[in-house]
Ligand binder design. Sequence first.
Ligand SMILES: C[S@@+](CC[C@H](N)C(=O)[O-])C[C@H]1O[C@@H](n2cnc3c(N)ncnc32)[C@H](O)[C@@H]1O
Length: 269
Amino acid sequence: MGPDMGRRQTMTEPTGADASDRVGEAAGSHWFEAIADHLGPAYLRYSFTKGTVREVDEVVALLALEPGMRVLDVGCGPGRHAHELARRGIAVHGVDVSRTFIDLAHRGAPPGATFGVMDARAMTFDAEFDAAICLCQGAFGLMRANGDDERVLAGIARSLRPGGGLVLSAFNAYFAVKYHLEAEFDADSGVARETTTVRDADGAGAEFPMWTGCYTPRELRLLCAGAGMEVRSITSVEPGDYRGAPPTVESPEYLVVAFLTPSRREGAP
Ligand SMILES: C[S@@+](CC[C@H](N)C(=O)[O-])C[C@H]1O[C@@H](n2cnc3c(N)ncnc32)[C@H](O)[C@@H]1O
């Protein structure tokens, strides 16, 4: 998620990292759904969404995507990456927990782009995709409980055919501690908690609590290894510019490029 989301101020409640933190989250729901409902199409006004074509240029190169391939877009939001990939002849299925965002994604979707409401923590795809993307905290990194991101990554790994690739962005924990001072960083869970003002299409603001799971490159490598994925690169990036440089503490995001290890597919006997 971009730094211009209207983030401000800090919070007073702990950034809980266990199952009890699901209090206030009805079964089968996710805290981001209320934000998506309020935002609606205004999501695409935020500046961090403006570099979609350049981001897809890089994703296509990093995953060697070609027309006819099939990509899973995890936490696809209103489908900006999926639409752009489909325009290039690449079939994409986007999943998101927000019905509001999935409805937006359906609107004007090019042929080859399909969407469905789904919680990425409970995906059941089985070796159906040549590649996956999970960008801008799309499901990965919007967790409140330890284990959520691991579940998302395991589901992605299961969804890939052997050798299939993943491009995933994750918020930089070092950057969060150094610069993201309006948020409260919980060192135990690595989750930054803040209150953010979100503006709808009419400019009406509403405040929401927000949780961002933050990572170091070392943690990302370990998580990928746990899911049976081999990391090819981790680079420092920012929204709209995925060209990548060696990891530093100065970039808001890291971009992970990983491939499913053919012999170590997660969950395989
Ligand atoms: C910041 S948006 C990013 C959307 C899109 N990937 C993009 O780059 O514009 C994060 C998205 O992840 C979705 N999301 C968060 N947790 C999710 C989960 N567990 N399962 C599916 N989608 C989830 C949210 O609903 C939201 O659409």
